[in-house]
Write a protein that binds this ligand. Structure first.
Ligand SMILES: Cc1cc2nc3c(=O)[nH]c(=O)nc-3n(C[C@H](O)[C@H](O)[C@H](O)COP(=O)(O)O)c2cc1C
Length: 184
């Protein structure tokens, strides 16, 4: 599949507008992915991202074991795959293969990219700030490679949301698509 590289200092532009991502990992044998609505940029250069992940998720455990993951950016046509990743657990076996979710090798990390998505940020775990309360974990990951489908990013490195409508989670099974772009 064709893709183009994105300069690392422009990788935050892929998530600046708050879309849902699929976080893909591997345990060394089987690839996995989960839906993550709570993911956001946290630094431009180096490009860092924060996300909230349940510690019981297979994705969390894979990420902690290998130290890397890919933030995959789905668009509206991948809604079905998003719900597979968000409703099934890799603890119960491979959820990607049976759902026809194809894998692409990554450029810099062992976690694969998901072919059903339109942009990919390959990351390594940078920090996991701790606090004295049980619950989901805050993870900070740093981009080591970024790529997208041709045309997704303009020459000025803005996402073309008319051609590549990302998914924005309202809660439960409800999403909105990006609206009209305005300039200040
Ligand atoms: C639309 C959607 C958004 C989600 N967002 C998050 C999130 O931000 N953080 C999180 O920990 N889990 C989130 N989840 C839940 C996980 O994706 C889900 O529990 C998944 O089955 C975990 O899979 P795993 O055990 O294979 O890692 C979301 C689920 C859906 C459907």
């Amino acid at each position: 599949m064709d893709f183009v590289d994105i300069p690392l200092n422009k990788a935050t532009r892929l998530l600046n507008h708050g879309p849902l991502v699929l976080v893909s990992t591997t345990d060394g044998q089987t690839a996995n992915a989960c839906a993550v609505a709570w993911c956001a940029p946290a630094g431009r250069d180096p490009a860092r991202f924060v996300m909230i992940l349940g510690q019981g998720h297979k994705t969390y455990q894979d990420l902690k074991a290998t130290g890397d993951c890919v933030l995959n950016l789905p668009t509206a046509d991948a809604l079905e795959q998003v719900m597979v990743c968000g409703k099934k657990s890799g603890h119960d076996g491979d959820k990607l293969g049976p759902a026809g979710i194809e894998l692409l090798p990554s450029q810099k990390v062992q976690s694969p990219r998901l072919a059903c998505c339109s942009a990919w940020i390959e990351t390594r775990l940078w920090a996991e700030p701790k606090w004295d309360e049980a619950g989901p974990s805050l993870l900070v990951v740093e981009a080591v490679a970024a790529s997208c489908r041709p045309g997704l990013m303009s020459e000025e490195h803005f996402v073309d949301l008319a051609r590549f409508p990302t998914l924005h989670h309202l809660g439960s099974n409800r999403f909105v698509l990006p609206g009209e772009e305005i300039q200040a």
